[in-house]
Write a protein that binds this ligand. Structure first.
Ligand code: DX5
Ligand code: ZN
Length: 217
């Protein structure tokens, strides 16, 4: 059985203090660190790359969960593996070769996961469900923190949970975008077990907010 996990997104943290921020997450009961990598092409925003992952690595033992909002993520696999990333989650919309890109991530020794945007159907990732560690269902359009949760995306979470059962697979289901102490319950009921939260965690006391989310699981 899959355990519930909270994955705070450092997109909402202080970019001047990543070392301190990841240490704080570990002390606050976070289960992984969600790292939103954006290239200014796949999404209209630019954040950080493998260099920042490498700089944070000595400061935390937590799983580094890299959400790659970049075109052609296959080009970054080796850099992220060397930087100490534990997992890469790549958009099916961002590569012509989703299967090959996932193979490359696994070959580099990382967990390999796939993500779908709100406008992308589950159908698009059916061929790779047997080879992924996790499926991320976006619950906002990617690019920015602090957006409103899109409840219509939860139907895809339900479908994925059903497909997983029929096919006897074991991938985790993650949701990302607009997760707070109310929407987390909706996502959990739909079948998700890994919950990304950015603005909710960083508004006020980080440890307190993580505990508020955990209390709902
Ligand atoms: C959006 C990112 C999210 C973002 C979530 O493109 O993928 O991880 O940080 O932020 P909130 O929780 O504020 O919606
Ligand atoms: Zn994300």
């Amino acid at each position: 059985t899959l355990t519930n996990k909270i994955a705070p997104s450092i997109l909402s943290a202080d970019f001047g203090k990543f070392a301190e921020e990841v240490k704080k997450l570990e002390a606050s009961g976070a289960d992984m660190v969600h790292i939103d990598v954006m290239d200014g092409y796949f999404v209209d925003n630019l954040t950080f790359g493998a260099g920042v992952v490498k700089a944070m690595r000595p400061h935390s033992k937590l799983f580094f969960d890299c959400h790659m909002m970049v075109e052609n993520p296959e080009n970054f696999v080796d850099d992220f593996a060397e930087a100490g990333a534990d997992g890469m989650t790549i958009h099916v919309e961002a590569t012509k070769h989703i299967h090959g890109a996932l193979q490359a991530i696994k070959a580099a020794g990382m967990k390999a996961s796939v993500v779908i945007n709100p406008g992308t159907p589950v159908e698009a990732i059916k061929p790779v469900l047997g080879m992924v560690d996790m499926v991320l269902v976006m619950t906002v359009n990617p690019g920015f923190g602090g957006q409103k949760f899109l409840p219509e995306c939860l139907e895809k979470v339900e479908d994925l949970a059903n497909i997983r059962e029929w096919r006897g697979l074991d991938f985790e289901i993650q949701v990302d975008g607009g997760i707070d102490d109310r929407t987390i319950t909706l996502a959990k009921e739909a079948g998700a077990n890994v919950f990304v939260a950015g603005s909710f965690v960083y508004k006020g006391d980080v440890a307190e907010n993580i505990q508020k989310l955990k209390a709902k699981l």
